[in-house]
Design a binder for this molecule. Structure first.
Ligand code: GH3
Ligand code: MG
Ligand code: MG
Ligand code: MG
Length: 341
């Protein structure tokens, strides 16, 4: 298929930052080859379709061209309809649409622009005019790209910790709340780990704050490497980390905590050429598939377990065990067994 070949080579060259792909929909063979020649000469990668329907289908590809030159009158689907569909789908990134029209009545132009076209040219058009209008479209697309990148950078900034790159406290708490809701809905367990570096103040005091920062970064890196993709490790405070483990009960939570503890204790950290033994203590709390347990309780219990781990000598994992299951959780357990039977 010739058209696929064109789109592939267009993507390749875009990756190299050389050409910009342009989707052309034009049913007239003379205009087709004219547009193809001009666009190629100006450094665009033209993907030419003979009607609106094929143009619309080409626009569905994940990396479809963002610049479209659409003839108005075409079989199967006209350019205005393609334009309308592009705008209704409202997908990002934005598609810049230049409408080609043989019509000159102003009412028609109003219709085309209202369908969401960004600009139009009346056929027959002057080649240089098309060229500069495409350039204007390209500028708009470049600006939009910059905007999207800035917005993404802001989103990352708002949800991540600048020092370690882990999720920040606000975001990890949001995830905890969402995962509790999901655990209730899907009758899945959920575990929470509270990780605290041992005697961290000593590292700061003896090696300096910069070395302390380097240790925090390395601790975060190892933590990330030791957790599954759907776990959510976040920096909770100074040298404290909160990890949300969806689908894990007390046993799996404990095992996961042991892996992290081992990832620290098992291999010395190096900062500024110095080798340094860094350990952590971890408190584990969990909620049963059917037991009650809000975020506050889970954090409180993980904290209590962490406190116990510190008291027992550090570099260890302690899981919170409730003295007695609450009446509510017992009732819910029975209910779940009943519904399983
Ligand atoms: P413990 O084993 O009981 O947890 O002892 P600790 O020294 O780790 O605990 P403590 O809470 O006394 O000290 C935590 C230290 O972490 C104090 C604070 O200066 C340091 N800290 C907090 N945030 C940062 C940071 O962003 N960078 C650095 N370098 N240090 C930090
Ligand atoms: Mg036509
Ligand atoms: Mg500490
Ligand atoms: Mg602490």
């Amino acid at each position: 298929m010739e058209s696929t070949g064109v789109i592939q080579s267009a993507n390749l060259t875009r990756d190299l930052g050389q050409t910009m792909p342009v989707l052309v929909a034009e049913d007239n063979p003379v205009f087709q080859s004219m547009l193809r020649n001009m666009l190629t000469k100006w450094g665009y990668a033209a993907h030419v379709t003979p009607n609106g329907l094929e143009a619309w289908e080409a626009m569905q590809a994940a990396d479809a061209p963002r610049l479209a030159v659409l003839d108005w009158m075409m079989p199967y689907m006209d350019g205005v309809e393609v334009c309308r569909r592009i705008r209704t789908a409202a997908r990002e990134p934005y598609v810049y649409v230049l409408l080609l029209t043989a019509r000159t009545e102003s009412q028609d132009l109003v219709e085309g622009m209202e369908a969401g076209a960004d600009d139009y040219l009346t056929k027959p058009f002057n080649a240089q005019e098309l060229r500069v209008r495409l350039r204007a479209g390209r500028r708009i697309l470049d600006l939009q790209q910059q905007l999207m990148e800035a917005r993404e950078a802001l989103r990352v900034q708002a949800t991540h910790d600048a020092l370690t790159g882990l999720l920040n406290r606000g975001r990890v708490l949001e995830i905890l709340a969402a995962e509790i809701a999901r655990s209730e809905r899907e009758l899945q367990p959920l575990a929470v780990l509270m990780v605290d570096l041992d005697r961290f103040k000593l590292i700061n005091d003896t090696l300096g704050h910069m070395a302390g920062d380097a240790v925090l970064r390395e601790a975060a890196r190892r933590m990330q490497a030791a957790t599954r993709q759907y776990d959510a490790p976040g920096r909770y405070g100074g040298e404290e980390f909160l990890i949300v483990l969806p689908g894990c009960g007390a046993r799996e939570g404990y095992a996961q905590a042991e892996r992290i503890r081992e990832a620290y204790a098992g291999e010395a950290f190096t900062t500024g050429g110095e080798s340094l033994a860094v350990t952590c203590s971890i408190g584990v709390s969990s909620r049963d598939a059917c037991a009650a347990g809000d975020a506050e309780r889970l954090i409180r219990e993980a904290d209590a377990a962490l406190y116990a781990a510190k008291n027992q000598g550090r570099n260890r994992v302690v899981a919170f065990v409730a003295e007695e299951p609450s009446a509510e959780s017992l009732a819910l357990t029975k209910l779940a067994r009943f519904s399983e039977a």
